[in-house]
Design a binder for this molecule. Structure first.
Ligand SMILES: [Zn+2]
Length: 163
């Protein structure tokens, strides 16, 4: 697998070309496409030239959480198309599909509470089991409708330390 090497090279090309804005957005300073979205070349061996232009916030997401499943989009809470802040998913980039995006917009105010109440002891045990068997945290997050950040905290025992 060349994924590790590819990711490292991508991170070296991606993060240095960003700037932290005053509102917390991590803004892309590199090239943009015709829709004003930031783009960056990523390795893709299925392409004749071995490279494909990917949206920067999606590329940034894969660096932190791994590959994005087919039907999953990376959306912006901050509505800044150049933002690739993927760690602070409560305020910037987060995963979703079109339907979930609409739901999230309507319940955004209650979002935090919903996540806090949604986790049970059984879920914590299952989440850690899945993670230790190599399942990607963003896949687990989608399965449980939790944020990848929440999953990460559970796996790292930053939350639910007693379980
Ligand atoms: Zn942002």
């Amino acid at each position: 697998m060349t994924t590790g090497r590819c990711s490292r090279l991508l991170s070296e090309r991606l993060w240095p070309r960003t700037r932290r804005a005053s509102n917390g957005c991590l803004e892309w300073l590199g090239g943009v496409n015709s829709q004003g979205r930031g783009v960056i070349g990523v390795r893709d061996n299925s392409r004749p030239n071995g490279i494909r232009m990917e949206q920067v916030h999606r590329a940034a997401w894969t660096l932190i959480y791994g590959l994005i499943p087919e039907n999953v989009q990376i959306l912006h809470h901050c509505d800044n198309p150049l933002c690739c802040e993927v760690v602070d998913i409560e305020h910037h980039c987060y995963t979703g599909d079109y339907r979930q995006n609409a739901e999230d917009r309507s319940v955004r105010g209650r979002h935090h509470m919903r996540i806090g109440l949604a986790v049970s002891r059984e879920m914590v045990l299952d989440i850690r089991l899945r993670a230790s068997s190599g399942e990607l945290q963003n896949v687990i997050a989608k399965f449980y409708n939790l944020s990848p950040q929440n999953i990460s905290r559970i796996v790292l025992r930053q939350t639910w330390q007693n379980v």
